[in-house]
Design a protein around this ligand. Structure first.
Ligand SMILES: *Cc1c(COP(=O)(O)O)cnc(C)c1O
Length: 392
């Protein structure tokens, strides 16, 4: 006989998922009702309105895709890109690479604007690519690159794209709820996110939003969308506004209760307050790391508060440290990816994980383990430095 699965209670300070608060976990356990039940349909309308708030948009087409962030990415590309199109893809980490993959699998051409891992998207390079490719239709970029902890200037990239008659697809999986993001004000045309990062909901849903210009493009496609499940023309029949809801797929009912609860929590805290909390806690963690002697990968002005990539002390086996954190402290932090594998740790302060107690746990646990491994760090200074920043 197989036993029930009972995971350890961890503190999640990696690149996602983040800690899911008890309020959201208990929302998941509420009774499952039909996905066309009028009560459920009313809740869906509230989820749409709350997502509009989180994205800062009036876009009618603002819904959660019933699948993780990568499906939100695919939803944007598969609906907006047709074979033969030219798409400018900014790549400065893992997720830009996946955008390129999406474009090419759709039979379109990806023009790559490449920047070093850990640096923001270079506006001059984007402008040059737009000048060199007057037939480009879309500019796609990652707002908050979780693989490195860098934030790119979404508003400026959107402005450039529009000057050259391109629309924009923006990855906001890690930025939504954690740092400033204003879909309408910045002129973002299509955007996708995820639930398990700064919304601190369970993984498996992907909020997306499309403006009128993007919807026009979808409606005027020459070919049908190359995915039945993600075809927004069909999805809208279920999530759409006034029309009578028709069965498209069975919505993940309980996961949507959880998303609803996470967005209610966000609204209660206030979006700007959530951004400010992420910033403040980042500064406290940073004070601790820097006192200890660890360095940030990203220059100060481009750092994401919710994803802190820091260097590893000389001679330390970083994987040993991570597994000791997990086994001895129930604490998860992230490894470096791709070009940064083995060179950095990625410490997330996302959503409910962005709390003073997590910062103090992480710094003290890391200090204890690194001291035990005789690593060259400054001992006894990280906690006071973080404490001082937290008390500000
Ligand atoms: C996590 C993440 C994704 C992918 O989301 P999944 O839910 O893992 O599919 C995409 N882009 C960025 C920037 C992310 O951080």
């Amino acid at each position: 006989m197989t036993d029930s699965f009972n995971p350890s209670v961890r503190t999640l300070m990696g690149p996602g998922p983040s800690d899911v608060p008890p309020r959201i976990l208990s929302a998941l356990a509420r009774p499952t009702i039909g996905h066309l039940d009028p009560e459920f349909v009313k809740m869906m309308d509230e989820v749409k309105a709350l997502l509009q708030y989180a994205f800062q948009t009036k876009n009618e087409l603002t819904i959660p895709v019933s699948a993780p962030g990568s499906a939100g990415m695919e939803c944007c590309f598969v609906n907006l890109v047709e074979a033969g199109d030219k798409v400018i893809v900014c790549q400065n980490g893992v997720f830009g690479g996946r955008m390129k993959e999406n474009v090419e699998r759709l039979g379109a051409t990806a023009i790559i604007v490449e920047d070093e891992w850990g640096t923001a998207v270079d506006l001059a390079k984007v402008e040059q690519a737009l000048k060199d490719n007057p037939d480009a239709k879309i500019v796609a970029f990652v707002h908050a690159e979780t693989s490195t902890g860098v934030c790119s200037d979404a508003k400026a990239i959107c402005d450039l794209a529009h000057q050259h008659d391109c629309i924009t697809i923006v990855d906001a999986v890690t930025s939504l709820g954690g740092s400033e993001l204003k879909v309408d004000e910045w002129g973002i045309d299509a955007i996708y996110s995820g639930t398990q990062k700064c919304l601190s909901c369970v993984p498996g849903l992907s909020p997306v939003s499309f403006n009128e210009k993007a919807i026009e493009i979808i409606k005027n496609r020459k070919s049908s969308v190359n995915s039945w499940f993600l075809d927004l023309n069909l999805v809208m029949g279920y999530w759409g506004g006034n029309a009578k809801r028709a069965y498209h797929h069975t919505a993940p009912v309980n996961a949507l209760y959880a998303l609803h609860e996470s967005l209610v929590i966000l609204e209660q805290e206030g979006l700007e307050n959530s951004w400010a909390r992420h910033k403040k806690n980042h500064l406290a963690l940073r004070a601790g790391f820097e006192a200890m002697g660890l360095e940030f990968v990203v220059v100060e002005n481009d750092r994401l508060p919710q994803l802190n990539a820091v260097t590893i002390p000389e001679g330390v086996d970083e994987a040993v440290v991570r597994s000791r954190l997990l086994n001895e402290y129930n604490l998860e932090i992230g490894a470096g990816l791709g070009a940064l594998a083995g060179k950095v740790w990625r410490v997330g302060l996302m959503g409910h994980s962005s709390r003073g107690e997590n910062i103090l746990l992480c710094l003290s646990a890391l200090e204890a383990i690194l001291s035990d491994m005789n690593a060259e760090i400054n001992v006894g200074v990280a906690i006071p430095a973080a404490q001082k920043a937290l008390n500000k």
